[in-house]
Design a protein around this ligand. Structure first.
Ligand code: ZN
Ligand code: ZN
Length: 535
């Protein structure tokens, strides 16, 4: 092969917005085209692509989550006309998620336009609209798991189980002339745990020249499935006894179905209290569940067995789907209820209103069942903030909060290392899709297994043909901070607290404490000066 290179368009150094450009022998393939999520996303999705969308031959989509698919309609709007390759359920889920994203963006643009017009500022346009989403859906081409597909001359792919959400895939890609010696790059996509419950576990792959591996939980270990289930049972029973609302912020696709399934298990178990009515408060909820039911043959044996026995794994007794806003509001008047609603990180959606109406109540219980990215309302709650401004109101947090990391659709450090260790030692790893601390920690773990591994910065290209020469095509921008407003200061304080916590956690693994002293001592002095600073 004459030349091949990979560019980390997004994802490196953060959890959201996954996208990689592969260029080889004049061919260009994009793997994922994700969008940044979270409160700091303002304007970032609008950044242009560092390539011409029309020049791409194909797009490989690992799974439907918006942080992997959200900018596809923008790509199409800007001239991409090739095929977008994905599994059948990914196409179904992506059509639901992308349409919903366009709707949310239209609402937000309308709201900002109204705000702007009062100040005499120009209107705000959404990144893309319904029409762009429909154009995008027409370009989808479906691939079957485990079969080879030639998606562009000299580019062959095979989608394998990733164990993450329905349809999610690890993608093996062979680049270059099949007559010669093609280079093989494996993209982990997002990967589930080894003991995935609803999905089939991640496929073992052994051959690769390069592996691009996610690192959402690259620096931590989840509780075991058994412990997580015990904890959920104990805490949910206690929450039911407390008699207040039970709120579960959740991604509407996958995590919600998983929680419904855990409830189905509990309601059949001995000694568990009677479940109050369960509301799945999401216009997308029933659509997402129907897609899971349609593709049940791709789910785990555990789920298939229940369906074969005539049961419904996603429908606890008394489950109600609420579609309209009026039905959603009516939940306020119901005393005891379990409410599942999006968004999973509480950055928007109906969960925000349920939180606003219930967090003051000491009998309310909130269960966090998924990852909470930095800067989101969910993260601030999890980090213990007691006073928050939610949808224009100051809210005191008296509710009990529970974090259940074990229901994650992402594998933990142990799962990721176990999967990585299947590869021959000649494979080199790029560690992406995690906060810097996670990516670095996983890269270190992979190096300890005897591989080469590095965590690339976003915006960097690597020449794959010569293996070691990194070419920086655009230097990553330093994060912009405004030190003037209170919010930025609070965000830095939270970061300091979280760094302190992770140093504390790492102490047990450390044999030599000495290098820490001068660094921590000077940090302490700097913090002290900040504290004593005169107004
Ligand atoms: Zn995902
Ligand atoms: Zn992801």
């Amino acid at each position: 092969m004459s030349s091949a290179r990979i560019t980390f368009v997004g994802a490196a150094g953060e959890v959201t917005g996954s996208s990689y450009l592969i260029e080889a022998d004049g061919r260009r393939v994009l793997v994922d085209c994700g969008m940044h999520q979270g409160v700091d996303s303002e304007g970032r999705g609008a950044e242009g692509f560092p390539f011409s969308p029309a020049s791409l031959d194909a797009v490989v989509l690992t799974h439907a989550h918006i942080d992997h698919s959200g900018r596809l309609p923008l790509l199409v709007r800007q001239g991409f006309k090739g095929g977008i390759w994905a599994t059948d359920p990914t196409i179904d889920l992506a059509s639901v998620l992308l349409r919903d994203t366009a709707r949310l963006m239209a609402e937000e643009a309308e709201w900002r336009t109204r705000k702007n017009s009062r100040k005499g500022l120009p209107p705000v346009l959404p990144l893309y609209g319904d029409g762009d989403v429909e154009d995008t859906l027409k370009l989808f081409r479906y691939v079957r798991y485990d079969e080879f597909s030639d998606i562009a001359p000299g580019v062959r792919v095979r989608y394998r189980d990733a164990g993450h959400i329905l349809g999610a895939s690890i993608v093996e890609a062979w680049i270059g002339d099949s007559s010669g010696d093609p280079m093989k790059i494996v993209f982990s996509g997002d990967m589930g745990p080894r003991d995935a419950v609803m999905e089939r576990p991640p496929s073992v792959v052994e051959e690769a020249d390069y592996v691009v591996i996610e690192s959402t939980y690259g620096d931590r270990y989840h509780k075991s499935l058994e412990d997580t289930r015990d904890e959920f049972r104990r805490e949910l029973a206690r929450a039911i006894d407390a008699g207040g609302k039970i709120l579960i912020p959740t991604f509407v696709v996958d995590r919600a179905q998983r929680i419904l399934y855990e409830m189905v298990r509990l309601e059949g178990s001995q000694g568990f209290p009677k479940m109050p009515p369960v509301y799945f408060d999401s216009p997308m909820g029933s659509k997402a569940t129907r897609i899971y039911e349609k593709h049940v043959s791709l789910l785990s044996r555990e789920i298939q067995d229940i369906v074969r026995a005539g049961g419904n794994p996603f429908s606890p007794e008394g489950l109600k789907y609420t579609d309209g806003v009026g039905d959603s509001r009516a939940i306020n008047d119901v005393g005891r209820a379990i409410v599942l609603a999006g968004s999973g990180m509480c950055t928007g959606g109906r969960i925000v209103h349920h939180l606003k109406h219930n967090l003051w109540d000491k009998n309310c219980n909130v269960f966090f069942v998924g990852y909470q990215a930095r800067g989101t309302l969910g993260r601030r709650l999890v980090e213990g903030e007691k006073h928050l401004r939610i949808a224009g109101e100051d809210i005191a947090v008296n509710a009990s909060l529970h974090t259940l990391g074990g229901f994650s659709a992402h594998g933990d450090k142990g799962d990721l290392l176990a999967w990585a260790s299947n590869f021959r030692r000649s494979a080199s790893f790029f560690v992406t899709h995690g906060e810097p601390r996670s990516s670095e920690s996983l890269a270190r773990g992979i190096r300890e297994l005897g591989y080469e591994a590095l965590a690339p910065d976003a915006g960097v290209s690597y020449d794959l043909s010569s293996r070691d020469s990194a070419v920086v095509y655009s230097r990553p921008k330093a994060p912009q901070r405004r030190f003037t407003d209170r919010e930025s200061i609070l965000s830095i304080l939270r970061e300091i607290a979280s760094e302190t916590e992770s140093i504390r956690e790492s102490l047990a693994e450390r044999s030599n404490y000495e290098p820490l002293f001068p660094l921590l001592e000077s940090s302490r002095l700097i913090l002290q000066s900040a504290k004593n600073l005169k107004q």
